[in-house]
Design a protein around this ligand. Structure first.
Ligand code: ADP
Ligand code: MG
Length: 283
């Protein structure tokens, strides 16, 4: 965990009593049950739990996303004081492209293949009202901020000319382009090889500190969680079974399910990060 500025003030993300369900065979299936989650600036809160426990459901609600067929049965999601599920569509779009950003699993692979990288990043900067020259400069600055080498040259390449790690860095650049206050990371390194993961995680950790973000990190990888998160929520079948500061959770897991999760990890190294990092970024 890196040194962080003191956290404080009102939470940027505040989820209370979140209950999400969907109809199946004539009955309600609850995928998130009375979940509470608060994240302040300069803070990273991880959501862990086995596949299907409701992690992505909870994380998605920070951007006002609900899977098709799901509904908000109860609770509230506030981002920067705005009630996400009460926002009119236009303000919700503004929230998504502004206050909150998301990096999903394999986000780098979702870049538009036929469009140069620089142009895609420029689109993410649209809201800033920059003229052509300032926009070009801002694109290079962003690619530099995500530690991509030769950003001016790289901006002219197409996604397939980049490594997987570099593509993910571009996706991260696009996510932070609008200077968000909150960042949702849903398995941001799953699918990348382990060496590349280390570089991307260090980048995300650095960026969250540099930008003072309130970060929600979904991961099934407890090594990742140990290295990045200040606090951890453990979910099981839609319920939060334990919430604790990261150190306490790993040192003294209290819920049997948390113990089972921890026991399934071979070894948590100090910091949890792979220290080599040749993913084509400068790490
Ligand atoms: P996680 O990210 O922890 O793997 P998810 O939040 O993606 O879990 O999903 C929780 C569970 O709810 C999964 O089993 C998923 O298939 C199910 N689910 C969520 N929404 C719906 C829906 N609208 N219809 C059917 N199944 C759903
Ligand atoms: Mg998920």
């Amino acid at each position: 965990m890196t040194e962080r500025e003191a956290t404080g003030g009102a939470p940027v993300v505040e989820i209370t009593g979140l209950t999400v369900s969907y109809r199946s065979a004539g009955r309600d299936v609850v995928v998130a049950n009375e979940v509470d989650l608060a994240v302040r600036a300069n803070e990273t809160v991880a959501v862990v739990g086995e596949s299907g426990s409701g992690k992505s459901t909870v994380a998605g609600t920070v951007l006002g996303h609900l899977r098709h067929g799901s509904r908000l049965a109860a609770g509230r999601v506030l981002v920067d004081g705005q009630d996400v599920f009460a926002l009119p569509p236009r303000q919700l779009r503004a929230l998504r492209g502004g206050t909150v950003a998301m990096v999903a699993q394999n986000a780098g692979q979702a870049l538009t293949p036929s469009m140069r990288v620089g142009r895609q990043v420029a689109e993410a900067l649209r809201g800033r009202g920059l003229d052509r020259r300032a926009l070009d400069a801002a694109v290079v600055e962003l690619l530099d901020q995500v530690r991509l080498p030769n950003p001016a040259e790289l901006a002219r390449r197409y996604p397939h000319q980049l490594s997987g790690g570099q593509q993910q860095r571009v996706a991260i650049a696009m996510a932070v382009a609008a200077r968000p206050r909150a960042l949702v990371l849903d398995e941001p390194t799953t699918g990348l090889d382990v060496v590349t993961q280390g570089g991307i995680l260090r980048l995300l950790d650095t960026l969250s500190s540099e930008l003072g973000l309130a970060t929600v990190l979904v991961s099934h990888d407890l090594g990742v969680v140990a290295s990045m998160a200040d606090r951890v929520l453990v979910m099981r079948r839609g319920e939060v079974v334990e919430e604790a500061d990261t150190e306490r959770l790993f040192a003294d897991p209290r819920h049997p399910y948390t113990r089972t999760l921890l026991a399934s990890v071979p070894r948590i190294t100090d910091g949890g990060l792979v220290e080599v990092g040749e993913d084509g970024g400068r790490t």
